[in-house]
Each structure stands twice: as structure tokens, then as C-alpha cells.
Design a protein. Structure first.
Length: 423
């Protein structure tokens, strides 16, 4: 009797198991019936251009959605623009309340922070093998990779370098065809500019250290946090970079308001400063102002040639309900066709090698594209963003004469270590 009931029980259990398996497969099949993706995707973007160019930006993003829908007609794509200001907090707050986007735009130092917080989806497996990996330089791929996982696909690269005022350059005996490549050569030219009543370069101390301090540390052969996670900003190379800034400030090579300034572009185009530190966006601004008396110079070197240049990528939120569709969308958004249109408008440099041809007939942007090889994406570490205000404060204190370069570097290192301990 017991054997009979045991046989019935096992038979029922087998039926339930088979039914459960069929039900699970059916559910999965309904979600992507026939491999067809369904649902809605919200994408948060930013004002990459201003004024009259905004309509063109809208058109470019709409075209991305249109071509995506040709492949996936049952996925609705909605773009929402949010301002640059406080974007980091806005995104994190929205994601925490499950009100955020499926896809959004970030840069490498945000990627590390967001990945550690668990708000990003690694897309290595979602991408599969069909995403033209070979169309990206290894430095570009490194910029979207954290702890061995790809978290985004890049649409743009940037490079920061010097733009020299040719009128001032000629006045002080400089040669537009032989611009400085080293610290010593630049300082020699800077001294001549100051003697003629000009400032040597822009220096916006109120801006991110990615654009002020970090390039100089890299040029000196140093780093902020090394690849093993060690804080090295206060090593001799970091101190040397701070000493250079201190010398520039004391000698009048940079304007007096450099400690807190956010904008030295205006005095540059007003012929008051020899060189502006800028990007491809600077080219657009100069065109808008009708300023044509400039020439592009290379990033400088002390021990090595280096500069900052971010990589802009689109990523998938961890709480997205349509991760597979989101991954396919960013593949489409960053395709060669759309990368060309986007970067031609915004004056960034395409992350895809196959899209670089847009600047074949634009000597200035083509030259900037050649400098991408020297560009570093910043500090890829979870504390990279949170330490920025503290790094700024220490550099500013040094420029005000309250600390020596060594003291400032040591306090920067201490601030970074404290942030790391809080992870």
C-alpha cells in the first residue's frame, strides 16, 4: 500500500515539475516571443549643444530611435533631457526610487562609482559577439571597463590641449608651426608673453582637477591613484606639478582669479591670454564668437606627453526591466552612422575608428583627433568623483599661499585615503 501511494506521489511530482518547466519557458518565450524584444525604454540625455543647434541634436537622437525601431518595432524609446548641473545626484536619486531611466550617459569616473553602488548592469554578456569590438581603440575600451566587465558603449572621446592666439604668438616671436611640446619650451614662451603684458595661459581653478591639475601630474610621470589602488598623488611627480602651478601663479603667467575661476575663455578671445586650455567644444565657441586667430598646439610633456580626455558612454541601469533591449539600443546609438552625426554636431571625437573620417576635411578637428592617443579618461576609481572638491580645495589653498605644494599634496592623499576607507 505504501509503495502504491509512493508511486502516485512521485507521478504527481513529476507532472508538476514538467508543468513548472513548461510554464517557465512559456513565460520567457512570451517576454521575447520569437526573439522579438518588447517594452519601453527611457533614455536620459544632456544638452550636448546649445542655441540653434539644439534642434539638430533632437533630430539626431530621434534618428537613433527610428533606426532602432526598424529592427525592434515593439520597443518604444523615449528621450528625456536633463541638465548637466547636479546630474550625478539626480541620476542616483532617481534610480534609488525606481523612477530613473533604462539608459543614461556617464563618463569613466562616474562608471566606477556607479558600478560599486550596484546601479549599473554589466553588458559584456548582453552585447554578445556582434558589436564591432575591433572598431574601438584599446584605450577607449579600457575607459568603459571596470573590474573586467564592460559597462557601457562609448559614443565620444575628448582631448584637452592648448589653443594659441596667433596674434600674440607672432608679437612675442613665437612660431605657429613650431609650438611648445615640453614644460620648458612653454615656460620660455610664457615668460615672453608676460613681458609683453599678456597672461600665458588660462587656468580655471574652480573647474574639475581633470582639466587643471591631473594632466600636469601625468605629464610629470605621476598619477593620482595607481592601477593597484594605491594613492600616489603626493609622490614627487605630484608635488612637481603643484610647484609648476604655484610658479605660474606667482610669476603672473595665469590670471589672479585662477584660484576660483570657471571661465577664462572670454579674456582669451579678447586677446589678453596667449593660450587657452580647451577641447573641440572650444572650437565651436570660437566660431560662434567669430574668433579665427588661433592655432592648435600639442599636449605638453615633462617626462611624458599626456592630457585629459573623457570618454562619453551610454550605460544600462541595473533596475531596468528591459536590459536586453537597452543593450541593443546603445549598440544602435553608438553605431558608426549615429556616431558620425552626433560628433560632427557636437565637435567631440568619435569613439569608433570608422567614424573618424568626418574630420578628414577639418584640419583643426583632425589634429585634435591625433592627440587622442595621449588622452587619459581621468581617475577610474569609486572615490574619483567624491574627492574632487577636496582636491580643488587643497590646490586653491596652495595657490593662496596657505600651504606648500608638498603639504597640499599630502593633504590630498589623506583626503583620498579617507574616502577610500568609507567605501
Amino acid at each position: 500500500m505504501k509503495k502504491k501511494w509512493l508511486g502516485v506521489f512521485l507521478a504527481v511530482l513529476l507532472v508538476l515539475t514538467l508543468f513548472s518547466g513548461c510554464s517557465s519557458k512559456k513565460s520567457s518565450s512570451e517576454e521575447n516571443s520569437g526573439g522579438e524584444l518588447k517594452g519601453e525604454l527611457t533614455v536620459w540625455i544632456h544638452p550636448f549643444v546649445e542655441g540653434d543647434l539644439k534642434a539638430k541634436q533632437t533630430e539626431i537622437f530621434n534618428n537613433m530611435a527610428k533606426s532602432f525601431n526598424e529592427k525592434y518595432p515593439k520597443v518604444k524609446v523615449k528621450f528625456e533631457e536633463i541638465p548637466w548641473a547636479n546630474r550625478e545626484q539626480k541620476i542616483l536619486t532617481a534610480l534609488a526610487s525606481n523612477q530613473g531611466p533604462d539608459v543614461f550617459y556617464i563618463i569613466p569616473d562616474m562608471m566606477a562609482q556607479f558600478a560599486e553602488k550596484g546601479v549599473l548592469t554589466p553588458i559584456t554578456d548582453l552585447l554578445g559577439d556582434d558589436w564591432d569590438k575591433e572598431d574601438f581603440a584599446q584605450t577607449t575600451l579600457d575607459s568603459v571597463t571596470y573590474k573586467g566587465e564592460i559597462y557601457g558603449l562609448p559614443i565620444l572621446r575628448e582631448v584637452q590641449t592648448y589653443f594659441y592666439n596667433t596674434k600674440i604668438l607672432k608679437e612675442i616671436g613665437g612660431d605657429p608651426n613650431h609650438l611648445p611640446t615640453t614644460w620648458d619650451e612653454f615656460n620660455e614662451l610664457a615668460k615672453k608673453a608676460v613681458e609683453k603684458g599678456y597672461f600665458a595661459r588660462t587656468f580655471e581653478g574652480g573647474n574639475t582637477p581633470n582639466a587643471s591639475l591631473y594632466p600636469l601630474i601625468w605629464q610629470a610621470g605621476g598619477d593620482i591613484i595607481d592601477k593597484n589602488g594605491n594613492v600616489v598623488i603626493n609622490q614627487p611627480e605630484g608635488v612637481k606639478a603643484l610647484e609648476l602651478i604655484q610658479d605660474w601663479y606667482k610669476n603672473g603667467y595665469i590670471p589672479k582669479d585662477s584660484i576660483n575661476s570657471l571661465d577664462h575663455f572670454t579674456p582669451f578671445v579678447e586677446n589678453k591670454i596667449l593660450a587657452a586650455w580647451g577641447t573641440g567644444v572650444t572650437v565651436n565657441l570660437m566660431k560662434e564668437r567669430g574668433f579665427t586667430d588661433f592655432v592648435v598646439g600639442p599636449p605638453l610633456k615633462d617626462k611624458e606627453t599626456a592630457t585629459f580626455g573623457t570618454t562619453g558612454m551610454f550605460v544600462v541601469a541595473a533596475n531596468s526591466k528591459n536590459k536586453e533591449a537597452a543593450a541593443q539600443l546603445i549598440k544602435e546609438m553608438t553605431s558608426t552612422e549615429h556616431a558620425k552625426a552626433f560628433n560632427e554636431l557636437t565637435k567631440y571625437i568619435p569613439a569608433r575608428l570608422s567614424a573618424l573620417s568626418i574630420y578628414d576635411n577639418d584640419p583643426v578637428m583632425k589634429q585634435l583627433s591625433e592627440y587622442v592617443q595621449y588622452a587619459r579618461p581621468g581617475v577610474i576609481h569609486p572615490v574619483a568623483r567624491t574627492v574632487i572638491p577636496k582636491i580643488q580645495a587643497e590646490m586653491q589653498a596652495m595657490m593662496e599661499g596657505k600651504k606648500t605644494p608638498k603639504q597640499a599634496a599630502d593633504d590630498m592623499a589623506k583626503a583620498i585615503e579617507e574616502e577610500k576607507e568609507g567605501l
